[in-house]
Design a protein around this ligand. Structure first.
Ligand code: MTE
Length: 326
């Protein structure tokens, strides 16, 4: 994500065009290790670096049953790329910042409160949330509004399982997701780059779509801090910024929520933000994307698909002008 005018008045470069130094250097050392004639295969090296990373993050295994109905066949993004190239502005605006600074986030103990227009308000701790529904592994594509995408094996369950438990009342039309904003744990919250807390929202029928995933893990482990520990949304047919991380509150509302990015730049980031190759961002095309991990010198960009390829959501928007409701 980027902001048209930084608080100091200097325009930011288009973030996704810049390879963070850490990523570049780690790729370089990876290539060097290979060219040194190491007998380790690329996959072994990947495993080793993943192991080292997991130890740093004190990652815990999380088992889940693969759900074959929610699997894209594209090659998965490496764990390293998925955990070192992130947007999580609560820890800084550079892609490498979350991996570097999110160690201060304490994902346990954690509570998430479910409130608003529902019959059964709830406050859940993490263990109760983990037990709310069977955990599934789903391999989703996620497309960032900046023009890059990843393929990640997430762990979680449909948000609809939670919605069922709290029984929305007749006034509930929207669902708002509110992320933690704690200056002590999140250094980026001290900067006015967004109006904190990070807020996102969906229409209730979108939230009830089986694809809308409440995620608690990825790659067989609990979520790393930089990916939104301990609980986040994953909405694969929408641009990545709709998938709020480190959620502390889910609120059911009558009115359309005021989302953080829509408030920051309403002409650039709409409420719906469905992936749509035909609706350009005011400052760049959305027709193609760069798959992270495929960014070799001669690699061609991929064509972006309507709804990121998740055409089963189309009926949610029938009759709507998606240029107007971008
Ligand atoms: N959630 C919070 N709380 N803060 C953020 O800055 N960034 C969003 C989204 N959720 C963000 C967030 C954006 S722009 C993207 S692309 C995805 O998280 C990135 O998720 P990933 O780092 O796991 O790939």
């Amino acid at each position: 994500m980027l902001i048209k005018h930084a608080p100091n008045g200097i325009d930011r470069p288009f973030g996704s065009e810049i390879t963070p130094r850490e990523v570049f250097e780690s790729r370089r050392s990876f290539i060097k290790q290979l060219s040194l004639g190491s007998i380790a295969s690329a996959s072994m090296l990947e495993m080793l670096s993943r192991e080292a990373f997991a130890q740093n993050a004190q990652a815990q295994k999380l088992s889940a049953k693969p759900n074959p109905s929610f699997v894209v066949m594209d090659k998965q993004t490496s764990y390293k790329d998925a955990t070192t190239y992130n947007n999580f502005y609560e820890f800084g605006t550079d892609k490498a910042d979350p991996a570097q600074y999110a160690g201060t986030l304490r994902p346990r103990p954690w509570t998430i409160s479910i409130e608003g227009e529902i019959k059964k308000p709830l406050t859940l701790d993490l263990d109760s949330l983990l037990k709310l529904a069977p955990l599934e592994e789903r391999i989703y594509r996620l497309r960032c509004v900046e023009g890059w995408s990843m393929v990640i094996p997430w762990i979680g369950f449909s948000l609809s399982e939670l919605i069922k438990k709290v029984e929305p009342n007749g006034n509930a039309k929207y669902v708002e997701f509110i992320s933690l904003a704690d200056k002590k744990q999140m250094p980026g919250v001290r900067s006015p780059v967004l109006d904190w807390p990070y807020v996102e929202g969906l229409r209730l029928d979108e939230a009830n779509h089986p694809l809308a995933l409440l995620a608690l893990g990825m790659y067989g482990e609990v979520l790393p801090n930089q990916n939104g520990a301990p609980v986040r949304m994953v909405l694969p047919w929408k641009y990545g910024f709709k998938s709020a991380k480190s959620i502390v509150k889910i609120r059911f509302t009558k009115d359309q929520p005021q989302t953080a990015w829509n408030r920051a730049a309403p002409s650039e980031y709409g409420f719906y933000s469905n992936v749509n190759p035909e609706v350009d961002h005011p400052r760049w095309s959305q027709a193609t994307e760069r798959r992270i991990g495929e960014d070799g010198f001669l690699t061609r960009k991929r064509k972006t698909l309507m709804f990121n390829g998740y055409s089963e959501v189309a009926s949610l928007y029938s009759g709507m002008d998606l240029k107007k409701y971008y």
